[in-house]
Design a protein around this ligand. Structure first.
Ligand code: TRP
Length: 332
């Protein structure tokens, strides 16, 4: 069976963008048809300034929301990255496989480090090595496929390069994975800035629908979404990014093609109302289940404990093989 691995970083509250762009595909498709491993990648949240209590809280919340959204521990493996030592063990060996130049060429590193420096901050070394840790996440599990957004495609490319290089130098050790863009997912854009992705780490939150926003807040954010000049409802990402984003969200919630849904509307107001209704309907069961799970923290702990054990058992033999292959003396 195809092994897939994906991770979600606890740097902010999960958004409608995470849900429609990734999580829903994990729940509806991936966990049923693949041997799926999903990870709350908390170590990756430490690569920029962070608040320890917040990272701890968001990690737990992300795991709880993934369960609330429908990940089923009987069908997939769900765990927290820092609970399984194999990730950092393998990351070091991959640092000895990657070159300094190839790390500095990573687009996300260039953008994020420039932003950090522009605001007078210092750049953590882990921001540079982050893609190597991500490669370790993937290679430790011998994943065949990595469902990610296109902003992560370059990191999966790097992962492939490192796997091939390691295998050539030290003998076959790693499965060479490939990135898969989710097939049924929507690319949800910021409601206030429909040319940029609805990301969880943005400072401006008016254009971002969080899964745990109160229903009246969700409705207000969607009703205030920026639309485009003109007034007909047409589906065209280039000239009508705002309306197109609403149509994509509506289509992701109720099914159907966004361009066809457009034909049913003659005003922006009606489109916004229907989109808000559809999003609220989609999120209601997730919020309800989240509340139930929060009332039963022992259950979430038990799921994560069992998930970490299973993950460790999957990763350990591969990481041990890499230690041996690269020339480290095995313990007696
Ligand atoms: N870098 C990914 C992101 O920012 C998160 C991530 C970390 C990940 N490790 C991974 C995704 C391994 C897929 C596989 O979204």
């Amino acid at each position: 069976m195809t092994r897939i691995f994906s991770g979600i970083k606890p740097t902010g509250h999960l958004t409608l963008g995470n849900h429609l762009g990734a999580v829903r595909q994990w729940v509806d498709v991936d966990q049923h048809k693949s041997d799926a491993v999903f990870c709350v990648v908390d170590l990756h949240a430490l690569t920029v300034e962070h608040d320890p209590a917040r990272v701890r809280r968001l990690s737990r919340q992300a795991a709880t929301l993934l369960l609330a959204a429908g990940l089923d521990p009987a069908l997939c493996t769900l765990f927290v990255q820092s609970h399984v030592d194999e990730h950092t063990r393998l990351s070091y060996l991959l640092e000895c496989t990657a070159s300094d130049g190839e790390m500095r060429r990573m687009i996300q590193y260039k953008e994020k480090s420039a932003r950090e420096r522009a605001t007078g901050g210092s750049v953590r070394l882990s921001l540079l090595t982050y893609p190597v840790l991500m490669a370790a996440d993937i290679l430790a599990y011998s994943a065949d496929e990595v469902p990610v957004g296109d902003d992560q495609a370059q990191h999966v490319e790097l992962t492939r390069d490192l796997a091939v290089r390691f295998n050539q130098r030290y003998g076959h050790t790693f499965t060479v994975p490939k990135a898969v863009l989710p097939s049924v997912a929507a690319r949800v854009m910021d409601l206030q800035d429909p040319t940029s992705k609805m990301g969880k780490s943005h400072a401006e939150t008016g254009g971002i629908v969080y899964l745990l926003d109160e229903p009246d807040v969700v409705r207000r954010k969607i009703m205030r979404a920026v639309t485009d000049s003109g007034s007909e409802v047409v589906y065209d990402r280039e000239t009508r990014p705002g309306v197109t984003n609403l149509l994509e969200i509506l289509a992701a919630c109720v099914g159907g093609a966004p361009a066809e849904l457009a034909e049913g509307y003659s005003s922006y107001g009606a489109l916004k109302r229907d989109t808000a209704d559809a999003v609220l309907e989609l999120l209601r069961p997730v919020r309800e289940r989240h509340t139930e799970l929060c009332a039963d923290p022992g259950y979430v702990d038990a799921v994560l404990r069992a998930g970490a054990e299973r993950a460790r058992a999957l990763a350990r033999p591969t990481v041990d093989a890499a230690y041996a292959a690269i020339g480290l003396m095995p313990p007696a």
